[in-house]
Design a protein around this ligand. Structure first.
Ligand code: RTP
Ligand code: MG
Length: 140
């Protein structure tokens, strides 16, 4: 299996509860390596742009409010089959449906405040990484 990269966000519900380290440990224990990381407060424009694919969804407005409600940590993760590996350790979108041992089952608050984002394909990972990072900010 090839070593690839994915994009992750530790969401405001997790930073508010001081779970940045706890989330990162679960990612590392799953075999992923943090090769870029920064703590930012997303602007409304960034959140709307990042989630543009969800523009027509009923939860879009609330999602933008939530993602701009506090600090987030944006990260690039590297590992074998990184996109799938990350989605496996994240668990289902709704923590109530997520498997025990996953980040969302163990740490998330709700379907919206679900602690982490992870890219859903290699193609989207590349787009999402470029949305937040310059190439020289990523050190593999
Ligand atoms: P993500 O994109 O964050 O990795 O999560 P996902 O694929 O599991 O979920 P997606 O359907 O892409 O939704 C993106 C984010 O929107 C929020 N959401 N709220 N209120 C709702 O019904 C609802 N549904 C989704 C979540 O924060 C979700 O991660
Ligand atoms: Mg998604």
């Amino acid at each position: 299996m090839a070593v690839t990269r994915t994009f992750s966000i530790i969401k405001p519900d997790a930073t508010r509860r001081n779970l940045t380290g706890a989330v990162t440990k679960m990612l590392e224990d799953a075999g992923l390596r943090v090769v870029a990381s920064k703590r930012i407060r997303m602007t409304r424009e960034q959140a709307e742009g990042f989630y543009a694919v969800h523009k027509e969804r009923p939860f879009f407005g609330e999602l933008v409010e939530f993602m701009t409600s506090g600090p987030v940590v944006v990260q690039v993760l590297e590992g074998e089959d990184a996109v799938k590996r990350n989605r496996d350790i994240m668990g289902a979108t709704n923590p109530a449906n997520a498997e025990p041992g996953t980040i969302r089952r163990e740490l998330a608050e709700s379907i919206e405040a679900n602690s982490v984002h992870g890219s859903d394909s290699d193609e989207n990972a590349a787009i999402e990484i470029a949305f937040f990072f310059q190439p020289d900010e990523i050190v593999g």
